[in-house]
Design a binder for this molecule. Sequence first.
Ligand code: PBG
Length: 348
Amino acid sequence: MSDPTTEAMAAGPSVARPPALDLTIATRESRLALWQAEHVRAALQAQGHRVTLLGMTTRGDQILDRALSKVGGKGLFVKELEVAMAEGRADLAVHSLKDVPMELPEGFVLACVMAREDPRDAWVSPHAAGLEELPAGAVIGTSSLRRVVLLRAALARLGRDDVRIEPLRGNLDTRLRKLDEGQYQAIVLAAAGLRRLGLHARIRRVFEPSEMLPAAGQGALGIEIPTGRPALAAALAPLAHWPTWLAVAAERAVSRALGGSCSVPLAAHATWVGTPPAQAAHAGRLRLEAAWGDAEGAQPLLRTTVEADVADVAQAQALGQRAAQALIHQGARIAPAPSDDPLPDRAG
Ligand SMILES: NCc1[nH]cc(CCC(=O)O)c1CC(=O)O
């Protein structure tokens, strides 16, 4: 019935559809992670593949009582999924690229980056349409140093030294619940997650990148696979969105060059000037804005904007390195490389 040869012929001689595969997606079990895994499942099924999901809980999901910047950061959400792939229990993992460490561990590659959702940060509050409307003594919740530093600067401009910013962790539903319970008067989080879960009605306003520069990769999905799986890589190729891939390659290169992690406030956001390149090897004009701050968040962020014609990932990364160099020139420091496994599995 589903003889791939016959299908390829029916589609015409120039469309060589890769053979249908049986694929397993390793996924975290938060609502957002499951939405993202289902999104990829649907895209792969549309290509004729059979797809099952393997749900699992990661260390990052379990540790909810400490700020991410204190417990080892991004890798926490990814490791168990990689173990499942290494053991052959899963073929691919879908990640919010923002949570994917700059260097993937040996044996894994980023097979594809999909089209980006809204990359901006969102303001959610039943009390205020924006910072300026916050009631006296209000508490804003957010989980990222980048947002803390940018919010602090905006509050200082408004002369609002009565407003406090407090850590906020947990998955999207947990964060919204804490807001609704009154622990915070407003929270700031990625618009992409809210939109994906159909929670866009909760967004009172979005911050333009000029007000709150997004994190590298925010809003983009990446698919990670084990290296040395050419048929799998070929099956994922149709899911790639080339303009997003190049943009996030530039953004992630800034973080990589500065040793980025959740422990330093770092932002990087790339946009196409004019028409984005439709496909690989076509050039477009990429503009990259980046910002860096010290871990204490004591000073306002250093900022730079660079742009170049970009036609491949290497050129996009070169643009990111240029932005990082410009920030280093202004005084940004390269963070020491984090230890491999800041929270070993048997830590207790
Ligand atoms: N750090 C957690 C995380 N990882 C990805 C998203 C949202 C979706 C995205 O950026 O793709 C979020 C929530 C948030 O930052 O508010």
